[in-house]
Design a protein around this ligand. Structure first.
Ligand SMILES: C[S@@+](CC[C@H](N)C(=O)[O-])C[C@H]1O[C@@H](n2cnc3c(N)ncnc32)[C@H](O)[C@@H]1O
Length: 252
């Protein structure tokens, strides 16, 4: 049998995200390096939109650079934090549209969300539509290996860690999504974030069996797309990140 082709967990529903609707503490969300990379590209202006914004942490981070910062998310359960940050509830599936006119925003950010979407093209397409000509879209996410076997293993492990994980995409798949949405890619940046297993699996109900499996994979040197290894007794992994900054070309 060849590698299993995700999507894993295609039945993610809004309530699944509500449990962790308050600002996340996981390293991926608070990583200053990631925030700085986004900051360099979005500039400043009148209006910023974060799509699939969760608790709208980016509003806390970039609220001082834009007149308005809007957020939309699938999750129906608005916590106090979300209400404060003015998150609008909207799930993007199929033919849904964001509740904004075309060309509304100076900048649109999509962080750590593509991998939770059964149809990420809808989200990226809508992000591109509501961006003004000349505006900047920034997509930031974990990426997976170009090797299908390693990608399948990577996605399986992510899915066990977080049942809401659908599919981490390869770099080329993300670039294709951005291109197909009519955006012009200006920059791509790749880097890895080294994380201790305990931080990566922080909120997982399966962290103990996952650690047993992943230690064994590390000892066997199996390619999981995350470079699993044991350093001074601690299980470590490298999360591969990609940032794509693109603009919406002016209509000729
Ligand atoms: C891991 S969180 C990322 C939150 C935020 N972008 C950040 O980086 O802090 C993923 C978010 O995607 C949202 N989401 C999942 N599927 C969605 C959909 N179809 N439409 C809109 N939002 C969706 C979830 O509700 C969740 O808040």
């Amino acid at each position: 049998m060849g590698p299993v082709d995700p999507p894993w967990n295609p039945k993610v529903v809004p309530g699944d995200f509500a449990k962790r609707a308050e600002p996340g503490t996981a390293p991926a969300f608070r990583d200053r390096l990631v925030l700085e990379r986004i900051r360099r590209h979005i500039g400043s202006g009148m209006s910023l939109l974060e799509v699939a914004c969760g608790p709208a942490l980016l509003k806390d981070e970039f609220g001082d650079r834009f007149e308005t910062v809007a957020g939309v998310d699938l999750t129906l359960d608005l916590t106090a934090h979300r209400r404060r940050n003015g998150v609008a509830t909207i799930g993007l599936t199929g033919s849904d549209e964001l509740p904004y006119a075309s060309g509304t925003f100076d900048a649109v950010v999509c962080r750590l969300s593509l991998r939770h979407l059964a149809d990420p093209a809808v989200l990226v397409g809508e992000a591109a539509r509501v961006l003004r000509p000349g505006g900047v879209a920034v997509v930031v996410d974990i990426v997976t290996s170009d090797d299908p076997e390693a990608a399948a293993l990577h996605n399986a492990l992510e899915s066990l860690r977080d049942p809401r994980h659908v599919r981490a995409l390869t770099e080329s798949a993300i670039l294709a999504l951005v291109n197909d949405a009519g955006l012009r890619i200006e920059t791509t940046e790749r880097w890895t974030q080294t994380v201790r297993f305990e931080d990566w699996a922080e909120t997982s109900e399966l962290s103990e069996p996952l650690q047993v499996i992943m230690r064994k994979l590390a000892l066997l040197g199996v390619d999981t797309g995350m470079h699993l290894r044991i350093e001074e007794g601690a299980l470590m992994l490298d999360q591969p990140w990609l940032l794509v900054a693109a603009d919406r070309p002016a209509i000729a």
